[in-house]
Design a protein around this ligand. Structure first.
Ligand SMILES: [Zn+2]
Ligand SMILES: [Zn+2]
Ligand SMILES: [Zn+2]
Ligand SMILES: [Zn+2]
Length: 250
């Protein structure tokens, strides 16, 4: 390490985002914004859907590709928060409806974003047929390796996914204590939390590509026990998230 590097490590940058009282935030910074050059903390980094920006501060979010998107329903023009799963148009919070997929086929409940016109203009029968097709397609996209390929060629960085185990460690004078032991480390992409379970897609060249439940651990995530039937609910939402992250419309 040279002198300058040591200096930087010793005095970490602090968040320069201005608070409402006009003062800088001052919390330890996690990145620097490519637009304004300010250091920003975890709270003041830009976020969109499941996406966490590593190079943009929250105030500069409107300058990003996602931030520039405006709701396309009825010339609305309000900042978009999502995309319609059917017509793919950008939609604001007001023009977004979450359509519930049938729980009789896929449980527990799954919600997918729709624009108001697309939701209103379809019959119950059409909705059901579409939902089934969507779930089947999402499953194929995830497990066939297509989703992994899209992530690999995107700028999304995989994170460490730990496999951990509790082991009883015997002490010389004590009866022992339980310690957490890392048994393996893989890489994967964190996709968000749906229905109370967090999901990651492992970067593994095998089929099916493992879609796994995880929980935060160290600098990444750790595998958690798979709950029966939870995978079904995650297909549509994780597939949707990956498409948003990788900007692929197909
Ligand atoms: Zn900025
Ligand atoms: Zn801050
Ligand atoms: Zn639509
Ligand atoms: Zn709107």
């Amino acid at each position: 390490m040279d002198e300058e590097t040591i200096q930087r490590v010793a005095t970490p940058a602090v968040c320069e985002v201005q608070l409402e009282n006009g003062q800088a935030c001052g919390v330890i910074a996690v990145g620097r914004c490519v637009f304004c050059g300010h250091a920003f903390c975890d709270t003041h980094r830009a976020r969109f859907l499941q996406r966490v920006y590593t190079d943009t501060c929250a105030p500069c979010f409107p300058k990003t590709e996602e931030g520039k998107q405006r709701c396309e329903v009825d010339n609305c023009g309000v900042t978009a928060v999502d995309h319609c799963g059917i017509c793919k148009r950008a939609i604001c919070a007001t023009h977004r409806i979450f359509e519930r997929l049938p729980t009789t086929v896929f449980q527990p409940e799954i919600y997918v974003p729709r624009c108001r016109p697309c939701f209103d203009n379809s019959s119950e029968e059409a909705k059901r047929a579409r939902q089934r097709a969507e779930a089947v397609e999402a499953r194929e996209y995830l497990l066939s390796g297509a989703a992994r390929k899209a992530l690999l060629s995107s700028k999304e960085e995989p994170v460490a996914i730990y496999q951990i185990e509790s082991q009883l460690k015997k002490g010389l004078f004590s009866s022992g204590k339980w310690v957490t032991v890392v048994t393996s480390v893989q890489r994967g992409w964190f996709l968000g939390n749906f229905d109370g379970t967090s999901w990651a897609l492992l970067d593994v060249d095998s089929q099916p590509t493992p879609l796994v439940p995880v929980q935060p651990y160290r600098d990444g995530y750790a595998l958690v026990e798979r709950q029966k039937n939870r995978d079904f609910s995650a297909w549509v939402q994780t597939a949707y998230t990956i498409r948003v992250l990788t900007n692929s419309s197909s």
